[in-house]
Design a protein around this ligand. Sequence first.
Ligand SMILES: [Zn+2]
Length: 316
Amino acid sequence: MKIDHWTLTCDRRRPWKSCPVAGTPRTLAVTLHYPDGVPELPEVESVRRRIARSMVRARIDAVDLRRPDLRRPFPRHFVRRLSGETVTALDRRAKYLVATLSSGETLLMHLGMSGSFRVIREQLPRRARREASPLDPHDHVVFHMSSGRAVVFNDPRRFGIMELVAAGKLDRHPVLNRLGPEPLSKDFDGAALARACHRKNTSLKAALMDQRVVAGLGNIYVSEALHVAGLSPRRRASTIATPSGAPRDAAHRLASAIKRVLEDAIARQSRAAYGDARFLVYDREDQRCSTPGCSGTICRRVQAGRSTFYCPVCQR
Ligand SMILES: [Zn+2]
């Protein structure tokens, strides 16, 4: 197929308007709204599923870099190292998107605080192209794929990360190698959670926010999972395990609740069904608890600088 090459390569003097493959009315994925201000695991997983259709088993024909950096400078020879490579897999680890390339290198992408991807169909009729709206000034990277799609990374606050990891070095990555189990994997269950918590004197909320205990959980889904499990966020983490580290019933309940709230959130994201009813406790201070038979009212407490929402009656 014909690819429109337009490589800005960090030259800010060039007007971004001139990009001929700019954002078009036929955008296939929309920018997501992040309820807590930052994308959490379900949002990242939803992004992965959306862009995988355009990227996996497709070749990166060209990359347009529209500035020199995000949170950090782009890796050296970023465009050259990606161009011509096929994306053989697109996985997720915690909140990182992990693209495996045919060169053996891995492209790690993190949405930071405001990052998002959208997919644009590149093979447009000429008239539609003329009418196409320009790229947004916050569109920083455009991957032109052999699938006929352009995958566009937009990030107004620029806390996102794009990093290339050499073949065989992923296991030694300073962030990834410290992460605990993926909450939706088979490795994560009540026993694993109890082992990770049994010597912890911190609150259960703080333990679940610790990425070494379980990877990728953030403020919203920790509050939600604790509510579903009927456990107080202020309870000591070690109380879900016996002194030898074996799981108590609370550990099993909590592990299942974590999986359930994440799976429900991913399903909602894929249906793009946003609404006020999506959270049980998060951002519901002073509202009545929705647990059947519970007369409690949702409270907000600040723990480690972040708001925690919970019902003091049915969460013990
Ligand atoms: Zn309640």
